[in-house]
Ligand binder design. Structure first.
Ligand SMILES: [Zn+2]
Length: 137
């Protein structure tokens, strides 16, 4: 199932770029890099709640989550990766994968979801970050 009005179904790349397609999900990197290595893992199929996935899909999504978060960890060596899922604004199953660094932005607190101009990176720098993650997948 696909929703033509859904940013993840249409693979819209206004605030993200695609890193890679995984088993049942697509890994995106956010153009806001206030948290270096911040990504979003979105299910390929349009489903709005995790409980709508079959057991096999949940397992595959879990494998994708582990693979993506390990690649982010190996690429950027954060002190912790935060995992967040909301979906009020974009109700398509997706998780924010947010590397956190001791003493860095929002350490010990929830990450700042809103785009942060201070986190803007050049297209060339973003491409470099994508390559760093892809090399660890
Ligand atoms: Zn969708």
């Amino acid at each position: 199932m696909s929703d033509p009005n859904c940013r993840y179904c249409t693979r819209t790349t206004d605030i993200v770029e695609i890193v890679a397609d995984l088993e049942v999900s697509t890994l995106y990197i956010t153009k806001d890099q206030a948290y270096r290595g911040r990504c979003i893992l979105a299910l390929k199929e349009h489903k709005t709640e995790v409980f709508q996935l079959s057991t096999a899909e949940v397992e595959a999504f879990g494998r994708d989550m582990a693979k993506a978060s390990k690649a982010i960890y190996d690429a950027f060596s954060p002190d912790k990766i935060n995992y967040a899922a909301y979906g009020d604004g974009y109700p398509h199953v997706h998780f924010h994968l947010v590397p956190k660094y001791k003493g860095g932005k929002s350490w010990g607190s929830p990450f700042d979801l809103s785009a942060d101009p201070a986190g803007a990176v050049s297209p060339e720098e973003l491409k470099g970050l994508i390559e760093q993650i892809k090399s660890k997948l």
